[in-house]
Design a protein around this ligand. Structure first.
Ligand SMILES: *[C@@H]1O[C@H](CO)[C@@H](O)[C@H](O)[C@H]1NC(C)=O
Ligand SMILES: *[C@@H]1O[C@H](CO)[C@@H](O)[C@H](O)[C@H]1NC(C)=O
Ligand SMILES: *[C@@H]1O[C@H](CO)[C@@H](O)[C@H](O)[C@H]1NC(C)=O
Ligand SMILES: *[C@@H]1O[C@H](CO)[C@@H](O)[C@H](O)[C@H]1NC(C)=O
Ligand SMILES: *[C@@H]1O[C@H](CO)[C@@H](O)[C@H](O)[C@H]1NC(C)=O
Ligand SMILES: *[C@@H]1O[C@H](CO)[C@@H](O)[C@H](O)[C@H]1NC(C)=O
Ligand SMILES: *[C@@H]1O[C@H](CO)[C@@H](O)[C@H](O)[C@H]1NC(C)=O
Ligand SMILES: *[C@@H]1O[C@H](CO)[C@@H](O)[C@H](O)[C@H]1NC(C)=O
Ligand SMILES: *[C@@H]1O[C@H](CO)[C@@H](O)[C@H](O)[C@H]1NC(C)=O
Length: 303
């Protein structure tokens, strides 16, 4: 009662101050809305704007602002979507028609493995495929190695007989490692690939040792790309890349046709009895002050 009386007596003055208060509040609110509308899109780019959205939603429910926010939301959604799509595209697209090798029928291969570093084949490492070759097989096994650089040291044991390895061209398929005489306890162990089995054949593939070239007089830097100890091996369109001691033609009778052999010092060596036909032999030996710039062969076996 008392309070009612009090209110009614002071009503005229109060309504005047009330009016002023509401006008001021309205102006401040308008200003706040104006600021919010113009700053939110830029703020949102720096972080989550869920809180801002909720506040603005409650402050005012205006279609233009909703539209603005929904556009932004859609954009960030699209962004996430796009990234997920990119991830999918990074998965390999496997091409099953790629390996229609004529070799398989020419050699009547009993078993064919595909090695693909991208994961599209039966194996992604050559050594794993070699291990799966039947021991002492009288029939041919063909291993197709897709384009790419295979970083591995590969040993083809003596019981992996009658094996054929085919690459996608010596410029495209590389078996590559980087051991040296020092890192393995001897030049003959520094190979990237070693073949001990008889009747080995390779087509269109490269064997590489990426250990750096030795500086003149350096000891222990010899690095073999391929060591061949198996009898009756043939290499067609193959590449051999190294610096010192690239190709260790160690034991047996071997045939090299249209191969590319690169190195600096004594880079074709060993006790093998081999025929090199239509091969390119590329010396990368640098001129040194004394005028010695490498040698192609050791063992004085060229005839
Ligand atoms: C905004 O208005 C719509 C109708 O126009 C209503 O459905 C919605 O609940 C309102 N949102 C808020 C946060 O008030
Ligand atoms: C698959 O490989 C074959 C042979 O290399 C090629 O002709 C063909 O265009 C490739 N297909 C796709 C989809 O990449
Ligand atoms: C290699 O993979 C292909 C495709 O997945 C399959 O058809 C074939 O049987 C596999 N070969 C071997 C020898 O496992
Ligand atoms: C094949 O050779 C490997 C390596 O020398 C050896 O471990 C394995 O026992 C041999 N397999 C057979 C059946 O002799
Ligand atoms: C490999 O590349 C070299 C240098 O680019 C080229 O001369 C040669 O013809 C290529 N060989 C093959 C089989 O593609
Ligand atoms: C071979 O290269 C790797 C790096 O790829 C290096 O860590 C390693 O020491 C190298 N091995 C030798 C014997 O130089
Ligand atoms: C190697 O190939 C020849 C000719 O195809 C064959 O007569 C011989 O038995 C093979 N050697 C082995 C160990 O399989
Ligand atoms: C090896 O590559 C050469 C040159 O690209 C090609 O003519 C030949 O058919 C290939 N050999 C095999 C067995 O694929
Ligand atoms: C190889 O080892 C010998 C003896 O330990 C050392 O004198 C030489 O410098 C080494 N060479 C390289 C290339 O590391």
């Amino acid at each position: 009662m008392n309070m009612d009386n009090h209110l009614s007596t002071s009503a005229p003055i109060r309504s005047k101050t009330n009016l002023c208060f509401w006008v001021c509040a309205f102006v401040v609110a308008l200003l706040a809305i104006f600021l919010a509308v113009h700053t939110i899109p830029s703020l949102c780019t720096e972080g989550p704007c869920d809180l801002q959205e909720a506040i603005v939603d409650r402050l005012l429910n205006r279609s233009s602002l909703r539209h603005l926010l929904s556009v932004h939301r859609r954009r960030s959604h699209h962004h996430h979507h796009h990234r997920r799509h990119d991830d999918k595209r990074h998965k390999p697209e496997c091409n099953s028609t790629k390996w229609d090798s004529k070799i398989a029928s020419e050699y009547n291969a009993a078993l064919v493995f595909i090695v693909d570093v991208k994961g599209c084949g039966n194996f992604s490492h050559l050594q794993d495929a070699v291990n799966a070759v039947p021991d002492y097989s009288p029939s041919r096994t063909l291993i197709l190695v897709d384009s790419g650089v295979y970083r591995e040291k590969v040993v083809i044991a003596a019981n992996k007989t009658n094996l054929i390895i085919q690459g996608q061209g010596y410029n495209n398929t590389f078996i590559s490692w980087n051991d040296t005489a020092n890192s393995t306890g001897g030049t003959i162990h520094s190979f990237s690939v070693a073949i001990f089995s008889p009747n080995f054949t390779a087509y269109n593939i490269s064997f590489q040792n990426t250990a750096g070239p030795p500086s003149p007089g350096m000891v222990g830097a010899q690095a073999v790309a391929l060591r061949i100890d198996g009898d009756q091996a043939a290499f067609y369109g193959c590449g051999f890349y190294g610096a010192q001691d690239t190709l260790l033609d160690n034991k047996g009778k071997h045939y090299f046709k249209e191969c590319f052999i690169e190195g600096s010092i004594d880079f074709i060596f060993g006790n093998g009895l081999s025929l090199y036909e239509d091969c390119t032999i590329n010396s990368i030996a640098k001129e040194v002050p004394r005028g010695i710039s490498g040698a192609i062969t050791a063992h004085a076996k060229i005839r």
